[in-house]
Each structure stands twice: as structure tokens, then as C-alpha cells.
Design a protein around this ligand. Structure first.
Ligand SMILES: Nc1nc2c(ncn2[C@@H]2O[C@H](COP(=O)(O)OP(=O)(O)OP(=O)(O)O)[C@@H](O)[C@H]2O)c(=O)[nH]1
Length: 351
């Protein structure tokens, strides 16, 4: 298996994006309710109570939504409710006309707010819907209380379309550039964690990905078995047939690992001709069986053409780790078992 485990960069990017939406939600909620209450009080001396009612009710809803969000931390739900409130407020304000018929001026910030709260696709759809309903309201004067001049309505709608398109282009390319940067970061991380010769994980992978994963998902990974595997008399192969043949054998060994471990297991090139197999949710007995199977498969590898006199074998040491913090202790133990296997004559499994 090639290194994969947790995508740290992806999680970090998601966290930053959630902070962005959090700040938009909180800012819009408090500032909108403040403005609503201010204009609500100012419009109390009008003949009709409709405007103060719209302003107080919407201000109250914005405030309630943000308070519920602070309690529940349900960002998605709060953003959807906020978007619905924004839509309802815009439509009711345009319907009524607002203070001195200034309702249309207040509509302009809302396309950007919808993009900030909902993400590009949903924001584009809701802005299009808002635009459609506003268009119907403005060009069917009988439907609304307020009176807008035709020239005012058409220019308002034209400039609103421009605002929506600019917001859409901006957010679309912001999302795309973030996705491209994240992909680049992930491929760099993968490259840094991969041994170029065998394509297996390298030692850096253990610290950068496995240890954090062990801390975050210990229930899914523990007990974790480790198998340390070292090829026997590899120096002799190099000396007799050259480094290139040695490299080909290392690649063949990596293939044997990939073919004999599960999807969730990790094969890591630990040193020159030393490999570490990491088997999540595996006890010592099962790990021993896997080690034995791999030992047998390696000894069956035929290198006749490349190295006719060399019989590939390996010595393996097995240990298990039951605690997140004890991973390197288990590696050390597996290494001691490997030393024991070498000492007892090689081509065997200990531990
Ligand atoms: N071809 C090749 N050889 C490597 C690579 N990395 C390490 N080696 C060789 O692996 C050999 C390891 O030799 P030793 O540590 O003496 O071990 P050994 O000959 O396998 O003997 P035992 O482990 O005791 O059975 C050395 O000759 C290293 O040069 C590599 O990337 N490619």
C-alpha cells in the first residue's frame, strides 16, 4: 500500500473555510440585527406598522439564529437559516419599500453574503431565484405596496446582475485555486512520504502521518502489529551482481509486500534493505501468520536471470503496540526479534 492515512492539509483547509463562514455568519447576524432594530425604532412613528414589524421580526430572527449557533455549533444549519432570513428580509423590504422608499439600496450586500454563507453552487442558485422573484415584483407593481420608478427598477436589476456575476466569478475562481493548491500540497506530501525506488512509504511517513493518525483514530488502529523485515545477505547480492540488480530485487520485494498485505496495512521502507510492515487492528498471532506468509513468498521469488546464484530470503521480527504512545517501543521490540531471527540462522520469523 502507498502512504495515505490522514489528509492533514485537507482537514486544515476545511477548518479555515469553516472559520471564514463562521465570521461571515456572526458579522452579518449582529450587524443586521443592530441595523434592523435601529431602523425599526426610527420607523415606529409611521402610519403603518408593517415596516417596523418587518424590521423587528427579521432583526430578532437574525439574533436568535446566531445565538442558537453559538449554543449548537451547527454551522451548516445556521448558514442555511441565515440565507433564508436574508432572502425573506430582502423580499419583504422591497415589497414594503423601506424608509423613504430606499429598500433597493439595502439589497446590494446580500448576493455577496449568500456566496459567503452557502458556497458557489448553492449561492448562485439562490441568487438567481432572488433575482427572478425581485424582477417579477418590480415589474408587476400591483403585487407590491411600494412604488418604484420603472427606470429605477431596471437599473437596480441590471446592477444587481453585475454584482451577482462578479461575486460568482470571484468565488468560483477562489474555490478552484484553493482546490488546486490543496491538490498540489497533497501530491507534495505524498512525494515526501514515499520512497522513490519502491513506491512504499518511507520513514518520514511514520512521524508525519502514522503517529498523528494513531493519536486521532486509536480505536480504529489499535492493537497495531509491526513486522520488521530485513533481507538476508543482501550485501553479497550487491557485491556479486551490482547495485542495479540489488535495486530490482528491492522493487520485487516491495511487490511481494503489496500483494500479501491488506488494503489498510502499510509497507514502509525503513532503511536500505530493511522494511517495516504496519498492520492495524491485528494481534500477535495474526501478525505472525502474515510474517510467515511473506517469508515464504520471498523465498519463492525466482531471480534466476538477474542473480542466478542468489537465493532471496528474509528474517522477520514481530511485535504489537496497544497504546498510542508505544509505537516506537513496538518497533524497537520487532527489531530485537529480527536480530534474534538473524542470530538463529536467518530466513525465519521471531516474536
Ligand atoms: N542495491 C541497493 N542496495 C542497498 C540499498 N540500500 C542499502 N543497500 C545495501 O544493502 C546492504 C546491507 O548489508 P548488511 O547490512 O551488511 O546486511 P546483509 O548483507 O543483508 O546481511 P544480513 O542482514 O546480516 O543478512 C549493503 O550492501 C547496502 O549497500 C539500495 O537502495 N539499493
Amino acid at each position: 500500500m502507498t502512504p495515505a492515512l490522514p489528509a492533514n492539509g485537507h482537514k486544515q483547509a476545511q477548518h479555515i473555510d469553516a472559520r471564514r463562514r463562521h465570521h461571515i455568519l456572526v458579522f452579518v447576524s449582529y450587524i443586521t440585527s443592530l441595523v434592523m432594530f435601529f431602523y425599526g425604532v426610527r420607523s415606529l412613528n409611521q402610519d403603518s406598522l408593517l415596516l417596523p414589524l418587518i424590521l423587528f421580526a427579521t432583526g430578532g430572527c437574525f439574533l436568535l439564529n446566531v445565538l442558537l449557533y453559538h449554543l449548537s455549533q451547527q454551522l451548516n444549519r445556521a448558514c442555511i437559516i441565515e440565507a433564508l432570513l436574508v432572502g425573506t428580509f430582502v423580499l419583504s423590504l422591497v415589497y414594503q419599500g423601506g424608509h423613504n422608499n430606499t429598500a433597493l439600496y439595502w439589497v446590494f450586500p446580500f448576493p455577496a453574503i449568500l456566496f459567503g454563507l452557502l458556497g458557489v453552487r448553492h449561492a448562485l442558485a439562490s441568487n438567481a431565484l432572488l433575482l427572478l422573484v425581485l424582477g417579477i415584483m418590480l415589474f408587476t407593481p400591483d403585487l407590491i405596496l411600494a412604488e418604484y420608478k420603472e427606470a429605477e427598477s431596471s437599473r437596480f436589476l441590471a446592477s444587481l446582475v453585475i454584482v451577482i456575476i462578479v461575486c460568482w466569478i470571484n468565488d468560483h475562481y477562489r474555490e478552484r485555486s484553493h482546490a488546486a493548491m490543496e491538490q498540489l500540497q497533497q501530491s507534495k506530501e505524498l512525494q515526501a512520504n514515499t520512497d522513490p525506488l519502491t513506491g512504499l512509504a518511507n520513514r518520514r511517513f511514520l512521524d508525519s502521518s502514522l503517529i498523528p493518525a494513531l493519536e486521532q483514530q486509536s480505536d480504529e488502529l489499535l492493537p497495531l502489529a509491526v513486522i520488521m523485515c530485513d533481507l538476508d545477505h543482501f550485501k553479497q547480492l550487491n557485491d556479486q551482481y551490482g547495485h542495479d540488480v540489488g535495486d530490482e530485487v528491492l522493487k520485487a520485494v516491495a511487490t511481494v509486500f503489496k500483494q500479501n498485505i491488506r488494503q489498510q496495512d502499510i509497507a514502509c521502507r525503513f532503511g536500505g534493505e530493511e522494511f517495516l510492515l504496519i498492520l492495524p487492528h491485528t494481534n500477535t498471532t495474526d501478525a505472525h501468520l502474515v510474517a510467515e506468509k511473506i517469508r515464504l513468498q520471498l523465498s519463492k521469488e525466482r531471480l534466476n536471470a538477474a542473480a542466478p546464484d542468489y537465493q532471496l530470503t528474509a528474517s522477520l521480527g514481530v511485535a504489537t503496540c496497544n497504546k498510542t504512545t508505544a509505537f516506537y517501543d513496538a518497533v524497537k521490540m520487532a527489531d530485537q526479534q529480527l536480530y534474534q531471527a538473524k542470530h538463529q540462522g536467518r530466513n525465519q520469523v521471531c516474536g
